[in-house]
Design a protein around this ligand. Structure first.
Ligand code: NAI
Ligand code: MG
Length: 356
């Protein structure tokens, strides 16, 4: 019997609805594979911010550092500025726990209709590797001459050689394990005069270490167009924090719905726990209605199992999820179906118990 300490942070909005779904599926697959999850619940959220003045306690990062992994729902809610919720929880966790890789798979699942006409699963199957520790999301900057006609705002991007090289090496190593063996770099070295030529230089230098891996690079503007027109060109896409964030909402959109897109915030050295969360946010427009698609959270749970080395359990969850997505009566409204969160979760659970 193996056991894992998992921090469970449902957060806000539909995070409260999809996290229990993921935990139920993990419990069920755990029983089949002799895995015990010791859930450590944390109420860190916008609700906590309103009640206690902070999204998480001051020693939040050290409370998590002994965990084996973190399962997160989403944070953010109307009434709290989005930059407050993001910088009050998500970004400090990603940085404090050195989760410098944000891995976001984009795969068109059987049974799901892509909005791109004529595309099948063979055309849309790639990984976005987003730099998760620096780049455009920096707190260096400020306001000048507030409230006057001379008012100005400044925000400085940070691209270090250490962080740029390590995210690129991660992408190349990942591509080495896949059949297409191809890495695409997202750049913008025509418009951004300092950071992006540096990004391109590092991409050229790191790609020279991997002679067996083919490469391409595109400016982010045409790259977004290629995601739509030629999704089959992509295998592993490496991008800065901002570009990766944008691409990883576009990717799931071509794969059917943001409601199924998972992500992992990884500390590859395993000095700290990694964190698994849906790509989507707290969806205040549907929160409380019980209709959120739980698949992104469940798939994130499968990525957690994979990271913990529980490969068989991870494949079982993915298989159960794929089978459930084939049933149009089990799909949630974002995928055009009639089911609710509980119905979709039940379908995944039924497949798990049925398969063994
Ligand atoms: P969002 O992802 O929450 O919602 C965008 C649209 O997708 C909405 O129409 C929503 O109903 C739909 N949607 C999202 N997840 C769904 C699911 N599982 N099932 C069915 N439909 C789903 O993004 P939005 O509206 O930009 O942000 C809402 C809040 O979430 C904001 O406060 C934002 O800052 C926060 N946010 C938090 C993230 C995180 O915790 N990682 C990521 C993105 C946004
Ligand atoms: Mg995003």
């Amino acid at each position: 019997m193996k056991s894992y300490d998992i921090a469970r942070i449902p957060g806000d909005g539909i995070g409260q609805e999809v996290t229990p779904a993921a935990c139920a599926v993990l419990e069920a697959v755990g029983k089949r594979h002799g895995i015990v999850f010791r859930w450590r619940p944390f109420d860190w959220s916008c609700a906590r911010l309103k009640a206690e003045g902070a999204m998480m306690p001051q020693d939040g990062i050290s409370q998590l550092s002994g965990m084996d992994a973190i399962l997160l729902g989403a944070v953010g809610f109307p009434g709290v500025a989005d930059h407050e919720s993001l910088w009050g929880l998500l970004i400090p966790l990603r940085r404090g726990l050195q989760q410098y890789v944000n891995l976001r798979p984009v795969r068109l699942m059987p049974g799901i209709q892509s909005p791109l006409v004529g595309r099948s699963g063979a055309d849309i199957d790639f990984l976005i590797v987003r730099e998760n520790s620096e780049g455009e999301y920096s707190d260096i900057g400020g306001r000048f001459a507030d409230g006057t006609p001379a008012e100005a705002a400044f925000q400085t991007s940070v691209f270090t050689r250490a962080a740029t090289d390590r995210i690129m090496r991660y992408a190349f190593d990942l591509a080495g394990k896949r059949s297409a063996k191809h890495v695409t770099s997202a750049t913008k070295s025509n418009g951004m005069k300092h950071t992006m030529p540096f990004w391109d230089e590092r991409f050229a230098a790191i790609s020279a270490e991997y002679p067996d891996i083919a490469t391409s690079q595109y400016h982010i503007d045409i790259l977004t167009a290629h995601f739509v027109s030629h999704p089959d060109w992509f295998d592993v896409v490496v991008a800065s924090n901002l570009f990766g964030d944008i691409l990883s909402d576009l990717g799931p959109a071509i794969a059917g719905s943001i409601g199924i897109a998972p992500s992992a915030n990884i500390n590859p050295e395993r000095d700290y726990p990694s964190m698994f969360e849906p790509v989507h946010g707290s969806a205040p427009d549907i929160a409380g209605k019980g209709i959120a698609n739980p698949v992104a959270a469940i798939w994130s749970g499968a990525m957690m199992l994979d990271h913990l080395g529980e490969k068989d359990a991870a494949s079982d969850v993915e298989a159960a999820m794929e089978k459930a997505l084939l049933r149009s009566d089990c799909l949630t409204p974002d995928l055009g179906g009639p089911a609710d969160t509980k119905g979709m979760t039940r379908a995944v659970l039924d497949n798990l118990s049925g398969s063994g």
